[in-house]
Every structure is written in C-alpha cells, then in structure tokens.
Ligand binder design. Structure first.
Ligand code: ATP
Ligand code: MG
Length: 291
C-alpha cells in the first residue's frame, strides 16, 4: 500500500482559509483497518530509520517535530511509534508542562529554545510554545500569571505572538532546522470514550486526571484557538499537519508518512569519502589484515 500522497492531503502550508470543521477526525484515507495498514506502518518505520541514520551522519540539517492536541488524542503513543525504529542517540524528546518559576522569569520562547535539536538530530516537542496561544488564550488567568508588564498586555497580544512565532520559525528554517507541526485532531466523542477507558480499565487508571475532565468543558474554546493558531502559523517552511486522531493506528501511519516525506525532500545521503579518508581506510585495512 502506498503512502506517498497520504501526508500531503493533511498538510497546511498556508493557513488563510483553514477551517477545523473541514477535517474529519475519523478519517482513515483508503485504509480500512489496522490489519490492512500493518505493512505500510512497518514500511514507514523502516524508512524513517534509514533516513534518520543519514540525517545523523550528515550532521547538517536538524528536524523539529511539534505535537499539539487535546488530552487523550494520543501524543505519547504517536511519539513512541515514531521513535520505535530510530537510533535513540539521534533523537531528543521534551515534554513541556506548566512553566516553572524560573521559566516565567523569561519570554515565552525561552524555555523551548534551550531544547531545540542539534544538527543531525531529531527533536520532538510534546507540547511547545504553541501552548502560549492555546491554554494561555483559553484561560486568561494563565496570561495574568506570566508577569508581563501591564502596558504590553493589549488586545493585540495573540496577533503579536503569532507574528513572533512565524518569525522565530522562519529564522530556524533559514538556519537548517526543518520544522513540522502536528495537530492530532480528536473528536469530542472519542475523547469521552478514551477518558471512560481510563476510569474503567485498571491499567489505564494512572492516566486519569481530574483536570483533564474539567478542561473538556472548554472544548469549543480550544477548537477555536487551534483553528486560529493554524490559520496564523501554517507556512511553507513550517507547515501544520491536521492528523485524524480517532483511530490511533491511522494517526501513526499519517505522522510517519509526513516525517518520511519531509526527510526525503532533503535529499539526504551519507557523507562522501574524500581522497585523504580513502587513504586512511586503506591503511587501516592493511593494519587489520597484518594481524
Ligand atoms: P499526559 O497527560 O499524557 O502525561 P500532558 O502533556 O497532558 O501529558 P500534563 O502534565 O497532564 O501533561 O499537562 C501538562 C499541562 O501543562 C497541560 O495542561 C498544558 O496545557 C500545560 N502547559 C504546557 N505549556 C504551558 C504553558 N506555556 N503555559 C501554561 N500551561 C502550559
Ligand atoms: Mg494530561
């Protein structure tokens, strides 16, 4: 089964006309079931492993993958899937929670900037500076706690943050960090099913959080915030992928297809061996065969 065009249909590189309701969280492309997609899932992992090895060897580009979603959309499982075949040495995963006191002493891009991937590496952000236009927008109290000078807190704050994020991402792109952003698009109904499973199944109880249930009451506000965020920050060099999230296997398939597509576009290859290196290799062979 081909995944070549799969990721493209979910990619937004110009957000101007984006509407969240145009996308179906239960979409599974032309795949019908996990059995049906198994081969493509394994193929995606193998291709990612090969491409990551080249990215690492070349030590030139870096890849930043950002995951944003409502609770229970499957960020953790998706990251686990994406990581499953790659060399852990070349990947760094960071989860961003409520900012610490130290982090609140700085601007909103400070804490994530410190964890940007090195050249040759893949960085995965489980949540990111995008929380600054999501949870912070949905809950005005959170913005109040950010210690900004009152005169800077105007009605333009979200526009300003979008502009700053766009500039930041353009800067990163111009310096060799390829950014791809994933919104795992879950339906409200499927979130309820997953929350209930956390209550009913003992091995999922640890995942249950009362706060998540309360956050669900702000569902519509979050959907609006996600839509506006994507409208304002989807660009050619840092596109958003709107990934259907009601079926976990399809989420994994679509995300890995997007990563493979991205890395393939870079035309990666192992560094060429020059004359001096070739001489070293020949000399080493001689030494080894001498015994
Ligand atoms: P999981 O529940 O799967 O362990 P999670 O990402 O939901 O993972 P939690 O500790 O449950 O982790 O939640 C992290 C919380 O931190 C979220 O409610 C999120 O909105 C909040 N958060 C993240 N970044 C910021 C930020 N910049 N400002 C305020 N809150 C933030
Ligand atoms: Mg949580």
């Amino acid at each position: 089964m081909k995944t070549a065009k799969l990721a493209k249909s979910y990619r937004i590189d110009n957000g101007k006309h984006f509407r969240i309701n145009d996308f179906d969280p239960a979409d599974t492309g032309h795949w019908h079931s996990v059995e049906n997609a198994r081969e493509a899932l394994q193929d995606g992992i193998a291709r990612m492993a090969d491409l990551q090895a080249k990215l690492y060897a070349q030590d030139c580009w870096s890849l930043l993958l950002i995951f944003q979603a409502m609770d229970a959309a499957g960020k953790d499982g998706t990251i686990k899937h994406v990581m499953s075949g790659v060399n852990p040495e070349g990947v760094q995963v960071y989860s961003f929670k409520t900012p610490s006191d130290t982090e609140l002493q700085h601007d909103f891009l400070w804490r994530t900037t410190q964890h940007l991937p090195e050249r040759g590496h893949i960085g995965i952000f489980n949540r990111s500076y995008y929380e600054e236009v999501l949870v912070v927008r949905v809950h005005p109290k959170v913005l109040e706690s950010e210690k900004l000078p009152p005169s800077l807190l105007t009605k333009n704050i979200w526009e300003e943050r979008f502009e700053d994020i766009r500039s930041f991402e353009r800067h990163m792109a111009r310096n060799g960090t390829v950014i791809r952003k994933f919104f795992l698009h879950l339906s409200k109904k499927e979130q309820k099913t997953r929350f209930l499973a956390r209550l009913d199944e003992p091995e999922k109880n640890w995942k249950f959080s009362e706060a998540d249930i309360h956050e669900r009451e702000y569902w519509d506000d979050y959907q609006k915030a996600f839509e506006d965020m994507i409208r304002n920050t989807a660009t050619k060099h840092a596109p958003w992928y709107i990934i259907p999230a009601d079926n976990k296997w399809f989420t994994h398939l679509a995300v890995s297809a997007a990563i493979v597509e991205t890395l393939e576009e870079l035309g990666l290859s192992y560094p060429k061996v020059d004359g001096a290196k070739r001489k070293e290799i020949l000399a080493a062979r001689k030494l080894l065969t001498k015994k």
